[in-house]
Design a protein around this ligand. Structure first.
Ligand code: FAD
Length: 372
């Protein structure tokens, strides 16, 4: 069978796109190397900009009581603290629950899933005007291919030209119980990184930190040692980690995090979510970018299939949209990343935020988009 659309990778971007396109009447296959539900390293805070789109795609999410987050707190290793109201705000939900619900919704809509299946490469046949996708579970044909395989896929390595060298980061996540105000999202700086604290469903809290891999190497790759030597330099973090009741047996970790911009589209496929470019989590908005790119790509693919635009226009319009909306945000986020991992710069920024709170507001505004 030839599908209208094949989506490689069923994370947040791929699942949302699959539901959106299926609802528009197209046949969709998702090729996902894992299965659901599963935990993922993520701060699990979603900016309100994508609330309407996400809940429209997956009404079952309304069955869950999710914390609304409207305050932001920052602290530095030097003991400085700053807090402000978030104009738009956000909500907390675990990736486990979010992807489980989206997967179930996609199944209800009739999206076909090929799970535990790794996509290797795609080939375009100009005469047939279709793509062959080669995966660990066989070959599939589709008229349009969308790559939503995230930051570190085999598709990235074949797109070397657009890779940007930079520092490597490690991500670590825990689910904990903590007695704290669920209306706050917190970021606490420590030498080499920062830790996000955000409430999710069932009165749980997500503790998620990102750290330069050199710091982990310096303590013999031991997570407990890393926390003792670096995170606990911030007394807020030391207190949070001491008071928390840890719910996951082991921390969840990922390595090789980089904040790259790739190409939104090649002549063979469209990239979305982290596969197009990943934003530093200090801005807390990778998931909204994934959702926004899914919503725009679905609408453009619809226009292409209904012959309102040519394939060339589809590529141009999507590339134009992505660059206009996200490339500055992603580039800016890299500077914030550097700022947040240096105790000196973090202290300096917090020192400035107190007398000039509009500076902090402006930084938050520049890393967020408008509701869609
Ligand atoms: C430490 C950290 C904290 C973060 N915190 C936040 C936060 O609080 N808020 C926020 O908005 N964003 C946050 N982000 C960013 C956010 O996690 C990402 O932007 C988001 O996950 C992107 O979704 P995605 O679907 O593009 O990629 P992913 O969620 O990575 O999904 C990619 C999918 O593709 C599959 N896959 C990969 N390769 C293949 C293949 N070859 N074949 C088949 N399947 C494949 C994978 O199994 C996966 O399911 C954080 C990121 C990090 C690293």
């Amino acid at each position: 069978m030839r599908y209208d659309v094949a989506i490689l990778g069923g994370g947040l971007a791929g699942l949302s796109l699959s539901i959106d396109l299926k609802r528009r009447g197209y046949t969709v296959i998702v090729i996902e190397k894992g299965e659901y539900p599963r935990h993922k390293v993520c701060g699990e805070y979603i900016s309100m900009e994508s609330h309407e789109y996400l809940f429209g795609l997956c009404p079952a999410l309304t069955n869950y009581e999710l914390p609304f987050i409207c305050q932001f707190k920052l602290s530095s290793t030097g003991g400085l603290e700053f807090q402000t109201r978030l104009d738009l705000g956000g909500f907390g939900i675990s990736r486990y629950l979010l992807e489980e619900q989206l997967f179930e919704e996609a199944g209800r809509q009739g999206v076909v899933f090929m799970l535990n299946s790794k996509a290797y490469e795609t080939h375009y046949n100009v005469i047939e005007e279709d793509h062959t996708i080669i995966s660990s579970k066989g070959e599939f044909k589709a008229r349009v291919v969308c790559n939503a395989t995230g930051r570190k896929s085999n598709f990235e390595t074949s797109d070397k030209q657009t890779r940007i060298k930079g520092s490597n980061y490690i991500g670590v996540k825990y689910h904990v119980r903590l007695d704290r105000d669920p209306g706050f999202v917190e970021i606490h700086n420590f030498p080499g990184g920062y830790c996000g604290v955000s409430s999710i469903e069932d009165n749980k809290t997500c503790l998620c930190y990102i750290v330069n891999s050199k710091k982990l190497n310096s303590v013999g790759n031991s997570i407990p040692e890393l926390e003792k030597v670096y995170l606990f330099k911030n007394k807020r973090l030391r207190k949070l980690f001491t008071q928390a009741e840890f719910l996951l047996k082991d921390p969840l970790t990922i390595s090789g995090i980089n904040f790259n911009i790739k190409r939104p589209a090649t002549e063979n496929f469209f990239n979305l979510g982290d596969a197009a470019g990943s934003i530093a989590p200090v801005t807390g908005n990778g998931m909204s970018i994934a959702l926004r790119s899914a919503s725009v790509l679905a609408s453009l693919v619809d226009s292409y299939f209904s012959k309102q635009i040519s394939r060339q226009q589809l590529v141009q319009n999507y590339t134009g949209f992505w660059n206009k909306e996200f490339s500055t945000r992603v580039k800016l986020s890299r500077h914030f990343q550097k700022l947040s991992e240096s105790p000196f710069l973090a202290n300096l920024s917090l020192g400035l935020f107190k007398p000039f709170p509009s500076l902090a507001k402006s930084m938050i505004r520049h890393t967020h988009g408008a509701p869609f």
